[in-house]
Design a protein around this ligand. Structure first.
Ligand SMILES: Nc1ncnc2c1ncn2[C@@H]1O[C@H](COP(=O)(O)OP(=O)(O)OP(=O)(O)O)[C@@H](O)[C@H]1O
Length: 232
């Protein structure tokens, strides 16, 4: 992110932010409203900066949407904000056909990824008949099938049962693509290479988890001990 400025409906979220996130696994933490989700949208190219640029693997993601599709994938907190097609197969195939694959090749790739996750029968399954956790898995497969260089995770574990969370965590940790993981669950990023603490659209602290997480937790406990919401 170079000299990144971005406002939403009159609210200035970032002003001249510079941040280089080249490490393999980066956690992003911060209070409600600190700018984490807006940063995720900018990294994925779903929003365009007002000034400056966001570049992932040499692709300016807001400008070159086609290249961005195979460069960066994003997994949202709520799968219902992500899924747009009525069946699993259509959802998995959409990004691939947008990339130029014909329907048969997209279908093969979608079937491959379903097989990899032991869900061979899901291709024609209607999305509405899946549980929240199962829809999460569809979103993850839709991201992975595109083989992106970078995956952005925005609170991927909320609403998932513990076994699914552990399994998804194990799976994500073993992935090749870089990870940028936004979370309020500090444990889930304890083993990451780097943690960024965002505060009102600025980097408050940037370092290894062993330094950043205890400092963040101490401040949050201190703030949480006070009896007002004036700073929210
Ligand atoms: N559509 C919008 N219009 C105006 N302001 C917005 C809009 N969306 C977000 N904001 C503001 O941008 C700031 C950053 O929001 P963002 O959603 O990135 O926070 P966050 O760190 O992801 O919070 P949370 O932990 O609660 O998910 C907040 O102050 C929020 O009020």
């Amino acid at each position: 992110m170079r000299d990144l400025s971005y406002a939403r409906d009159g609210h200035q979220v970032f002003s001249g932010l510079n941040l280089d996130l080249a490490d393999h696994r980066v956690g992003i933490i911060g209070r409600n409203g600190s700018g984490k989700t807006q940063m995720a949208r900018l990294i994925a190219g779903l929003a365009a900066p007002d000034a400056g640029a966001v570049t992932v693997g040499g692709v300016e993601v807001a400008k070159d949407r086609k290249a961005a599709l195979s460069t960066v994938g994003i997994l949202f907190q709520n799968p219902d904000h992500q899924i747009i097609f009525p069946t699993v197969g259509e959802e998995l195939g959409f990004g691939l056909t947008s990339q130029g694959l014909d329907k048969a090749a997209a279908r093969d790739k979608a079937q491959d990824i379903l097989a990899r996750f032991n869900r061979p029968g899901w291709y024609d399954r209607p999305v509405y008949a899946l549980s929240q956790g199962q829809r999460h898995l569809v979103c993850l497969m839709a991201v992975l099938v595109m083989a992106p260089k970078l995956i952005v995770l925005d609170e991927p574990y909320s609403g998932l049962d513990l076994a699914t969370t552990v399994r998804l965590g194990r799976y994500l940790d073993a992935l090749d693509p870089g990870l940028i993981h936004i979370t309020h669950d500090l444990h889930s990023i304890g083993g990451y290479d780097r943690v960024i603490w965002l505060d009102q659209g600025e980097v408050r602290m940037d370092g290894v988890p062993g330094d950043v997480l205890p400092a963040y937790e101490a401040e949050m406990r201190d703030r949480g001990g006070r009896d007002d919401f004036a700073d929210l």
